[in-house]
Write a protein of this length. Structure first.
Length: 311
């Protein structure tokens, strides 16, 4: 079964703490992205804590065959094998310039698993991360609307961007790994879990109103309930496509400045506020802005080093 690789040792952390760009770029390419506003001391401390927790998990799985992380029972036999990570590594690399094969992943059906496909868990402050996908995928590549490779690459995008604390574009980035044009376009319409609950709530309210009208109150007007459902969906729809429009405007700016291959990897490493700011720039002002930000924040120094031609 697969075992997470330790991607760095004490000497790597020391070089990273000193701001060595080659080391920081390698860590970035492995999906260990710097967070928004994060300094080198915080970053290296986070990686050291993560390595410690990962080593503890690996030792328990190796010696006992099982471990428990924050109430989640994990077994060695349910570990996602390295071969699956290898199959999807090119997808994230080509789209966003990173490859992750170090995050612990398991085939698990949680208690809320009726329509569950998979999800990632993160514990602060060290950003210790693991993800689980439905046990069905241990033997099948597809279940309902889910595809195993697509689901894993989707969750790996979330893992890589944990430090950016994104909500506006998070699902849009993750759904770009999908093979389905429909999911790439509309998959990110719900940003957070409460968005799904809101839409489900107004839909159930409409259903309840229909039942009440049929059984108890024939004169109950049903139009307002339809209007409520329509308004909520329209709000999600308009919000989603406004976000896509801003993201595409920002992508054009970065593409003209850094080139087509590097535009999406750069945006993938941006915060929500930065993407909004990029929309009002042209290529020349963005290049100057990126270099200036690199002097203030190490994350942008790494971005320019990796994707800006070393400028």
């Amino acid at each position: 079964m697969g075992k997470s690789r330790l991607l760095f040792d004490d000497s790597d952390l020391e070089l990273a703490l000193q701001g060595d760009l080659a080391t920081l770029a390698r860590l970035d390419s492995c999906g260990l992205l710097l967070g928004g506003g994060e300094n080198l001391e915080s970053y290296t401390k986070r990686l050291a804590c993560f390595r410690s927790r990962l080593a503890t998990l690996e030792d328990e799985l190796s010696s006992k065959g099982r471990s428990t992380v924050e109430g989640i029972g994990l077994t060695r036999g349910d570990r996602i094998p390295e071969s699956l990570f290898a199959r999807i590594s090119g997808r994230c690399r080509d789209l966003y310039g990173f490859e992750i094969d170090w995050v612990p992943g398991f085939f698990i059906d949680p208690s809320f698993s009726l329509l569950f496909g998979g999800c990632a868990f993160c514990w602060y402050p060290e950003f210790f991360t693991l993800f689980i996908i439905r046990r069905t995928f241990k033997d099948q590549e597809r279940w309902l609307i889910y595809r195993r490779d697509e689901l894993i690459s989707h969750e790996l995008c979330h893992v890589a961007r944990l430090g950016l604390d994104s909500s506006v574009y998070e699902e849009i980035f993750a759904y770009r790994t999908s093979d389905s044009g429909f999911r790439r376009l509309l998959g990110g319409i719900f940003r957070k879990q409460y968005d799904s609950f809101l839409f489900l709530g107004v839909t159930l309210l409409l259903l309840l109103a229909q039942v009440v009208r049929t059984q108890f109150m024939p004169g109950l007007p049903i139009g307002p309930f339809w209007l409520l459902v329509g308004f909520v969906f329209l709000w999600f729809f308009v919000r989603h496509f406004a976000s896509i429009h801003r993201l595409r405007r920002a992508e054009r700016v970065v593409r003209e400045a850094f080139g087509d291959l590097d535009s999406w990897p750069v945006l993938f490493r941006c915060t929500d506020a930065e993407i909004k700011e990029l929309c009002g720039m042209d290529a020349e002002s963005f290049r100057s802005w990126a270099v200036s930000r690199g002097e203030q924040e190490i994350r942008w120094k790494v971005i320019v080093h990796r994707f800006g031609g070393g400028s």
